[in-house]
Design a protein around this ligand. Structure first.
Ligand SMILES: [Fe+2]
Length: 344
């Protein structure tokens, strides 16, 4: 191609300069960027270690009064996003800390979110008028536009892991937020309500309230997850993995967030796989090692690491079994017919 077409050296050709002035770009010099051969995530695999995060959570309690803020959460922020508050391309991961007697104001938003109870015995999340206790390993969903608030009625400090899809919704300009009335005491005076309908597997009420596209069950007890993992056979990758599902459909729990519990066997690595979606992994128990692309992480309880799109991944427990809680945007790609996975 001649210089008029390519621009030649550092200076744009007169023709290119005219294009730029007219707010037009040629396809020919940038089609590889616009139509890459495969996903090219901005972020590298990354790990936030509990030994670094935990002391900063405790400092937040003494330095940031809950009365002055909406929520006392520390969001794991990937340095590759240039200061944008995002953990992975489409998701946020955070830890929230609440002292005894503290509560986080009710609100709702189009973003889908969830909590995973790390040290949360005695706290509760209220979701659409249902009281959801938070015991070790419990998963609590706050589906899009579901009213939710949190309260710590125990006599100890509470910490849980949060995940949400605000980066995706903000990229789509689809995020709406509504604050609840902080003086409305009725919000907190509820019981489990319709959550009781969905406590047992194999039973469904056709009359139960639903949130479109979301699981009608908001509370997935950790004890049931651990029992199910223990009874589950190893899958094709060598791990025992269960997916949290909508009991009414068998699909993902929410339209944009997809959750899995994975139990790794001692000293046997999982089969290497990659997928065109992103995941955040919270270490629930045990120790191990993961290779994600060219990165290798050794991890322990409450560490969080990310798996960017299209990176080969293998996990291995060390010195005993290990459990991971994995939240991903896999279902977004599934619903858009864009899901692609490979094994090696
Ligand atoms: Fe929220």
């Amino acid at each position: 191609m001649n210089d008029a077409v390519t621009g030649g050296g550092n200076e744009p050709s007169p023709y290119l300069a005219d294009l730029y002035r007219a707010n037009l770009h040629p396809l020919w010099d940038r089609y590889k960027r616009i139509t890459p051969r495969e996903p090219k995530p901005r972020d590298t695999p990354f790990i936030w270690r509990w030994r670094d995060t935990e002391p900063l959570l405790h400092r937040a309690v003494s330095e940031v009064p809950i009365e002055e803020i909406e929520r006392r959460a520390l969001i794991m922020t990937h340095p590759n996003f240039g200061g944008d508050t995002a953990t992975s391309a489409n998701m946020l991961g955070a830890f929230t800390v609440l002292d005894p007697g503290e509560q986080a104001r009710p609100h709702r938003h189009t973003g889908a979110a969830l909590r995973f109870a790390v040290q949360a015995e005695g706290a509760a999340t209220i979701v659409n008028g249902r009281w959801c206790e938070m015991r070790s390993g419990d998963l609590i969903l706050t589906p899009p536009m579901a009213w939710h608030g949190h309260i710590n009625q125990s006599n100890r400090r509470i910490i849980w892991f949060d995940a949400a899809n605000m980066p995706l919704l903000c990229a789509l300009n689809a995020h709406f937020f509504e604050a609840g009335d902080p003086t409305d005491d009725h919000f907190w005076k509820v019981d489990a309500g319709e959550e009781r309908i969905w406590q047992a597997a194999g039973l469904a009420s056709p009359e139960a309230a639903t949130v479109p596209g979301c699981s009608p069950k908001f509370h997935y007890p950790g004890a049931a997850t651990r029992d199910t993992l223990a009874a589950t056979a190893a899958g094709a990758d060598g791990s025992r993995t269960v997916r949290y599902v909508n009991p009414a459909t068998g699909g993902a729990v929410m339209p944009t967030l997809d959750c899995y519990a994975m139990r790794l066997n001692a000293d046997s690595p999982t089969r290497t796989r990659r997928g065109a979606y992103t995941s955040m992994c919270l270490v629930v128990s045990g120790h191990g090692r993961s290779r994600v692309g060219d990165a290798e992480f050794e991890w322990g309880p409450n560490d969080v690491f990310t798996i960017p799109s299209w990176h080969w991944v293998t996990h291995q427990a060390l010195g005993g079994e290990a459990d991971l809680f994995i939240v991903s945007d896999r279902v977004v790609f599934e619903r858009l017919e864009l899901l692609r996975e490979e094994w090696r």
